[in-house]
Write a protein that binds this ligand. Structure first.
Ligand code: NAD
Ligand code: UFG
Length: 341
């Protein structure tokens, strides 16, 4: 049985991927500092799968702690989700992001290399495409960064590419996620943002549950059919399955590979609101306001490469994403309960 280290495995995408890994028969060790997550997510993953997850509260900046993990276990590969992801926070505190995401990943690669564990799946982001000039976006489109968070993702990609060139025995899949939303269909695990959500779907579900009065739709004058910005929303379970396909790809010794994980379908903010209302029967109170600085007009994937090379394709539609996100929010209006101490 293969053993995978999942960094950031208590988080939104990490917990869903841990569940898929367990169901597929992998042994999973999760390493997370719980800065943006709760251990309760993993307890629920255990309940849902009937399998156990080994958890270690270790930070990417704690080289000794990580080294101990790599001594204790014999990992076949690492899925590296751990990182900070709030764009606004990264603008206010760039050094925190450089330290946590960049230095943290350098530490992880160093420890992995010393332990001769050289298979990695990395969480990159469609943020590397900035405000793309053409859509759908293939992987060889121009890349850039517009904030410190995006800088860390792009530079980790460059760093991993250089590492693999220098040491060709490394196999690395960099996965560029579009907009992950939704939740496991049980409603037991899901996205649990702290404070006011930055992202659209958790904001919509909090309006629906009565925690927020109304949604501000950022910009109604974009050059799009309904004037609101377009994104590629992807169900988190589809995204998680993509990681298992990427792990399988590493077994074929591919070197450094990069894949878009998106549906290939662009939806506007108003499309998402309508799909939510249709899926749940709940009307969303919203108002069109100014554009949010730094937002792209439209951004949706060309997922052909992942389809052809990984045999992966997103299957769940917008209404399923909305229904599952709502099921999670309804069952857990205040997110996960605080961890027992
Ligand atoms: P998340 O915040 O829910 O999960 C990240 C996890 O990493 C959290 O559990 C957090 O506690 C942990 N973590 C952060 N810094 C750490 C450190 N120094 N040491 C150990 N653990 C640490 O976020 P998510 O939405 O699940 O995102 C997972 C990854 O995917 C991130 O790298 C994120 O940048 C990337 N990503 C997310 C999105 C998105 O919209 N959710 C889009 C593109 C890429
Ligand atoms: N939006 C609103 N109101 C809100 C929140 C968002 O109208 O309250 C709009 C945004 O303006 C945007 C769309 O909804 O047009 C989606 O916004 P999100 O914040 O949900 O997602 P983004 O595409 O802006 O950003 C996400 C991640 C980033 C990542 C980027 C590209 O949050 O970390 O995708 O992968 F960099």
């Amino acid at each position: 049985m293969k053993t995978i280290l999942v960094t950031g495995g208590a988080g939104f995408i990490g917990s869903h991927t841990t569940l898929e890994l367990l169901n597929a028969g992998y042994n999973v060790v999760v390493m997370d500092n719980l800065r943006n997550s709760k251990e309760e997510a993993l307890r629920r993953v255990e309940d849902l799968t009937g399998k156990s997850v080994t958890f270690h509260k270790v930070d990417l900046l704690d080289v000794e702690g990580m080294t101990r993990l790599f001594t204790e276990y014999s990992f076949d590969g690492v899925i590296h989700f751990a990182g900070l992801k709030a764009v606004g926070e990264s603008v206010e505190n760039p050094l925190l992001y450089y330290q946590n995401n960049l230095i943290g990943t350098i530490n992880l690669c160093d420890v992995m290399g010393k332990a001769s564990v050289k298979n990695m799946v990395f969480s990159s982001s469609a943020t590397v495409y900035g405000d793309p000039q053409t859509n759908p976006i293939p992987e060889d489109s121009p890349v850039t960064f517009v904030n410190p968070y995006g800088f860390t993702k792009l530079n980790i990609e460059y760093m991993l590419r250089d590492l693999q060139r220098a040491e060709p025995e490394w196999n690395i899949a960099s996965l560029r996620y579009f907009n992950p939303v939704g939740a496991h269909k049980s409603g037991e695990i899901g996205e649990d943002p702290s404070g006011i959500p930055n992202n659209l779907m958790p904001f919509i579900t909090q309006v629906a549950v009565g925690k927020r009065e109304k949604l501000n739709v950022f910009g109604g004058d974009y050059p799009t059919p309904d004037g609101t910005a377009i994104r590629d929303y992807i169900h988190v379970v589809d995204l998680s399955v993509g990681h298992l396909k990427a792990l399988e790809k590493l077994e074929t010794d591919p070197g450094m590979v990069t894949y878009n994980l998106g549906t290939g379908k662009g939806s506007s903010v108003l499309d998402l609101i309508k799909a939510f209302e249709k899926a749940t029967g709940i009307e969303i109170n919203y108002e069109i306001t100014d554009r949010r600085p730094g937002d792209a007009v439209q951004c949706y994937a060309d997922p052909t490469k992942a389809e052809n090379e990984l045999g992966w394709r997103a299957e769940r539609d917008l209404e399923t994403m909305c229904r599952d996100a709502w099921n999670w929010q309804k069952k857990n209006p205040d997110g996960f309960p605080s961890d027992r101490v």
